[in-house]
Ligand binder design. Sequence first.
Ligand SMILES: [Zn+2]
Ligand SMILES: [Zn+2]
Length: 352
Amino acid sequence: MKAAVLTGLEKMEIIDIPRPGIINDNDVLLKVEVIGVCGSDVHYYLTGRIGSQVVKYPYRVGHECSATVEQVGKSVKSVKPGDEVAVEPAVSCHNCPQCKMGRENTCSKLKFLGTPGPSADRQLDGCLCEYIVMPEDCCFPTKARITLEQAALCEPFTIGVYTIKQSHLTAGNKIAILGSGPIGLSCLVAAKVQGAGAIYATDKLDYRADVAKKAGATWAGNSDKEDIVKAIMKYEPLGLDIVCECAGQQETLDQAVGLLRPGGVLMLVGIPREDRVSFPIDQLRRKEITIINVRRQNRSTEHAIDLVAGGKAKIDFMVTHRFNLEQAKTAFDLVADYRDGVVKAMINISSP
Ligand SMILES: [Zn+2]
Ligand SMILES: [Zn+2]
């Protein structure tokens, strides 16, 4: 089968490798259909690492995909050949104390599709190829209620759904989304579905602020061009109920603390590049702000699929570019450079 692999910094090649096969009884052989290019994939492409997770070349990234079931292991019951599925990239053990607490997203033996692990046995090759094998519980049948492209988009969207769930947003709550990339936009869509009263969105790129506005933000602004705390407080002098920090920057963390009302909730979604960040403790304490960290998502995939299938959540607008597997490097370069108004680039395996 064909696969796109990282072979060095900013290097990607299409190679021929053997198709994987079923080993465990709960394995599902999947024909990959549509893959979303994620910021973290591009980060590995550009720098070869995220924190302590370092790529050993050649390496295959990719963790957002939809697929068609090709073959199933002996014990598989929930899917059959021909079924279209959204793929959950996190493979948890279901046996450790974290899993038993229902916290599969912080499983102590977690493996993640297309993410270098701390050791070889904790590493899974990604989905930038024609076939992958995943355990049954990572395959969520869409019953053709959503398209294969939407099914691939469900992976980032699920993080928005989970973030809003964890924030305990109630109808009428006022919220800000700092950073309007695909994850920020996913939070925006999920907040809208949940009945947010006002949504303020920011980004350093004008075109992304525009996309947020079109996606339903009450107000959107460029944090490089104006003091966004001042600008938003003009409309909301009492402060906001919830802020989703989706940029992973020190300045957005500071903005978040400035924007929240006393008793407000700060959702940490973005991934900072630095090992440490800081908070203005005086404000944080006086406002009695609750900080909630978001580690990917937990048990929210089915809900995300239902929201898209039922027409409540509109996510198609995020897709700005489409490529085939041969063009994977072009797609990565485009996302890396924030060129041509790109929000989400998708790779369709079967397109010529
Ligand atoms: Zn991703
Ligand atoms: Zn576990």
